[in-house]
Design a protein around this ligand. Structure first.
Ligand SMILES: [Zn+2]
Length: 330
């Protein structure tokens, strides 16, 4: 019964996510105006806007002008419903459930917009990142006290140093890329990175000097900031290396922000694992796409999402398997 409730709740949310998927890339408001047919502009009444059911009753066509309504609407509703139900089944009524459902909603919008437009809207990635940081400070279970912050901090510092070095040598190799690039203001993000680093350094020294005496909320917030730096930083670093080697744009800023969000929600370990799992799927699909369309640029967002969900559900099993020498049995 509760499972069904979560499924139906997910379908309702999915209905809203459909609106986001269409309107965010067009930079339109997701609240006004109310749903209308893109062809004949007629308003869609509530009885034609019931998740899953209306699409099937109308046979995927507008009631007024009979123009086809994309199957994607139905699929997004169904997908959101099933993932919400799956997360409820896995976590139960746990404090983690709310933040994870917020994250999944962001994932679904990011995936479908990326597939269609090859961009991930900032509303989802940057907005999701802030949500992840904020919710982590609120819900200490998101980055529990058992997490080792010190090793994470050192790793974050290491990644930041490499990124700074690569950014410094970047103009030598990729002058042509900088010249073509349109100016983009990401000052707020830079400030957030700086503030995060200061906070991480403070918390780390605190943990080293006074081990075990740390507020659970401060600990969780530090976990989110470390995840944000490592999740975003690792893929930013990969992008810079890719640009320098191939002398062309290889990774979008949307992917960096998406992984920064994953790190904020799930911590740096899962973000790193997702970072390593995604290319396995991205690679296979990329090769197929390249043969099919002779176009080598693929939307990478969906693979990052896939990698993240696999690390979240089976990460521990994968790590155990690797540590137990599973890799030698390949
Ligand atoms: Zn119509």
């Amino acid at each position: 019964m509760e499972l069904l409730c979560f499924f139906l709740f997910g379908c309702l949310i999915g209905s809203f996510l459909n609106v986001c998927i269409v309107r965010l890339p067009a930079e339109k408001s997701v609240v006004f105006p109310s749903s209308h047919c893109p062809k004949c502009q007629k308003n869609i009444e509530w009885y034609d806007n019931i998740p899953l059911i209306s699409w099937m009753i109308l046979g995927g066509k507008c009631r007024h002008c009979q123009s086809p309504i994309s199957f994607r609407y139905w699929m997004v509703e169904f997908l959101t419903g099933s993932t919400f139900a799956a997360f409820y089944l896995h976590y139960g009524l746990n404090p983690l459930l709310t933040p994870y459902l917020v994250m999944v909603a962001c994932f679904i919008v990011a995936m479908f917009v990326d597939l269609e437009h090859r961009i991930i809207p900032d509303e989802v990635s940057v907005g999701g990142m802030w949500a992840g940081i904020f919710l982590s400070a609120l819900i200490p279970q998101m980055h529990p006290m058992t997490d080792d912050l010190v090793s994470g901090s050192f790793f974050a510092g290491f990644i930041v140093v490499i990124c700074l070095f690569l950014t410094w040598i970047y103009p030598i190799f990729c002058k042509h890329l900088i010249e073509n690039e349109e100016p983009y203001d990401d000052k707020p993000l830079k400030v957030l990175v700086l503030v995060s680093l200061i906070f991480i350094a403070l918390i780390t020294t605190h943990t080293l000097v006074l081990p075990g005496i740390l507020n659970a909320h401060a600990h969780s917030l530090a976990g989110a900031l470390i995840g944000f730096i490592i999740g975003g930083g690792s893929i930013y670093m990969m992008g810079l290396i890719g640009d320098i080697i191939f002398r062309k744009e290889s990774m979008g800023g949307g992917d960096v922000k998406l992984m920064a969000m994953v790190g904020a929600f799930l911590g740096w370990k899962i973000a790193i694992l997702a970072f390593f799992i995604a290319p396995f799927f991205g690679g296979v699909i990329g090769i197929i796409e390249k043969i099919r369309t002779k176009d080598s640029t693929i939307a990478y967002g969906p693979f990052l999402v896939l990698g993240t969900l696999i690390s979240l559900f089976w990460g521990q099993a994968i790590v155990d398997w690797l540590l137990n020498g599973g890799i030698y049995h390949l």
